[in-house]
Design a protein around this ligand. Structure first.
Ligand code: ATP
Length: 136
């Protein structure tokens, strides 16, 4: 019986993370889900959100920009549009991205509102995930 889970986080920008962990909590499009070893296999789409894992006494935090999760009994693979470890998030960059999106929304001319709203959500979530790390 498996007592470890391999977590793999892959994006078009590269392989972000792989390690054996004890527990994962991620943001699926239907809400948060938790995974322990021996979980029933499933596939889900992901929302912009935080992924947390526990390994022994360590807790790790990631920003995940949507995508897919494939859950198996001993492996969770996240295929995301982009993803960063909390400690790699550039908070100033995220805030700048938010300002640009807010400006676009204010102008109201020929903007793709859904795109600007998604940029704001990425920015807010990145700041939240980065603060989780610095709060530790
Ligand atoms: P920006 O407008 O600042 O590029 P974005 O939300 O459009 O933000 P993404 O398309 O999600 O950016 O990501 C593009 C690449 O930049 C990915 O490799 C992602 O990990 C990285 N990235 C984006 N924002 C940040 C950030 N604030 N800190 C660290 N890496 C980031």
């Amino acid at each position: 019986m498996a007592d470890k889970l391999t977590l793999d986080i892959v994006t078009p920008y590269g392989h972000i993370f792989t390690d054996e962990v004890d527990e994962i909590v991620a943001t699926g499009s239907e809400g948060e889900f938790g995974v322990l070893p021996e979980h029933v296999p499933f596939l889900t789409t992901m929302k912009i959100g935080m992924l947390t894992y526990k390994k022994g006494a360590k807790t790790g935090y990631f920003f995940v920009n949507g995508g897919y999760a494939e859950v198996g009994p001993d492996k969770v693979t996240i295929l995301a549009d982009s993803a960063e470890r909390s400690e790699d998030i550039d908070i100033e960059r995220a805030k700048e991205a938010m300002k640009r999106a807010e400006e676009r929304l204010k102008k109201q001319e020929e903007i793709d509102e859904a795109r600007a709203t998604a940029a704001i959500e990425r920015s807010l979530t990145r700041v939240q995930v980065a603060e989780r790390h610095s709060a530790r």
